[in-house]
Design a protein around this ligand. Structure first.
Ligand code: SAM
Length: 332
């Protein structure tokens, strides 16, 4: 609330002079409700622009209006002073305007203007529908969207990124406000992740630890959640690794696994190139097997979704994203 000057004879005269004009009262009543441009006010009051501008200038001179530029337009707003001469004066004026037919007509005209704007925006999007996805590319807002969604994640979560590799996901999580313990058994991969870590705005958000997925350098329940993204197919004993992930997540915490899947109901081609070019041990895992490993590790609420490969040039297996929670009570 804005505080106005105290009442003196001089301010009293200024208040009476300003509020004693019906056009200025109409302007103040509208601008108290909604910030408006001169063009809006001309339309609403049905008065010449010169008249509206003159009165606005007077109100501005009295310190009653604040202005905001938006592109080529300037919008005025009236925030009534909470007390003092102007506060008292406006309280009195507003009371007397309550049943005034002209003020009521202005309010209706403002309602109609706002309705037309809402309708305009609705019609704009109605006319686009799915086309919007093409139009919105102008924003190039991939990172911003990820950041916004990241704000939905509780602050300060500690995540273990197991098999962090060059730390791509670890850095993304850190940029979203999470604290990350990035673990890998390869010193060379950790060195590469460390270079990315050093370039972060807040490098302390990421801690690198050397260790294996089946013998993690973490205490029992040390982290809020664990991510193992494209790592299990390099681990000789994925079942043991999943049990180890379950050990280090706190009760009530979550595990997310992303990896290749090999559906058991369809014959899978032998993708030998995965072994030769990418050094994998496993070409993928059956969903039923992954579920069994997660449940055996004492995890609950197992959810697994499949995604077909979107690669056009390589014959990649489909992938799965598996989530599971460690029960809030101790593991049995
Ligand atoms: C394909 S990369 C994935 C890196 C990262 N998660 C990503 O998605 O960008 C696999 C990583 O897992 C690591 N890795 C493989 N077996 C591991 C194990 N048993 N314990 C820890 N890290 C392992 C490798 O050193 C490598 O950095």
């Amino acid at each position: 609330m804005v505080e106005g000057p105290p009442m003196t004879v001089d301010t009293f005269q200024r208040v009476v002079k300003t509020l004693g004009d019906s056009t200025r009262l109409r302007l103040l009543a509208l601008l108290e409700r909604q910030e408006l441009s001169v063009a809006d006010l001309v339309k609403l009051l049905d008065l010449p622009q010169s008249t509206v501008s003159r009165h606005l200038a007077h109100l501005k001179e009295q310190g009653l209006l604040s202005e905001r530029r938006d592109g080529a337009f300037c919008y005025s707003r009236f925030t009534p002073p909470s007390d003092g001469a102007w506060g008292d004066g406006w309280l009195l004026a507003r009371g007397s305007l309550r049943d005034d037919p002209q003020i009521a007509a202005d309010a209706e005209a403002l309602d109609a203007l706002l309705r037309a704007r809402t309708l305009g925006s609705r019609e704009f999007f109605d006319s686009l529908g799915a086309e919007w996805d093409r139009l919105r590319k102008v924003f190039q807002d991939d990172l911003q969207r990820a950041r916004a969604i990241g704000r939905l994640v509780p602050r300060g979560l500690t995540i273990a990124d197991v098999g962090t590799g060059t730390g791509v996901l670890a850095m993304e999580m850190a940029q979203l406000g999470m604290r990350v313990i990035a673990i890998d058994q390869s010193e060379a991969m950790l060195a590469s992740a460390d270079a990315k870590r050093a370039a972060l705005k807040d490098p302390d958000r990421v801690e690198l630890r050397h260790g294996a997925a089946t013998d993690l350098p973490l205490r029992d329940g040390e982290v809020d959640a664990v991510l193992a993204h494209m790592v299990l197919h390099y681990v000789p004993s994925p079942r043991d690794a999943i049990a180890e992930l379950a050990r280090v997540v706190r009760p009530g915490g979550r595990i997310v696994l992303v990896d290749f899947t090999a559906p058991e109901d369809r014959p899978q081609p032998d993708r030998e190139w995965l072994q030769k070019d990418l050094g994998v041990i496993w070409q993928g895992f059956a969903i039923a097997r992954v579920r069994e490993w997660l449940e055996r590790a004492g995890l609950r609420n197992v959810e697994i979704e499949l995604h077909e490969s979107s690669s056009d040039d390589r014959d990649l297996p489909a992938t799965f994203i598996a989530c599971a929670d460690r029960p809030a009570d101790p593991l049995t």
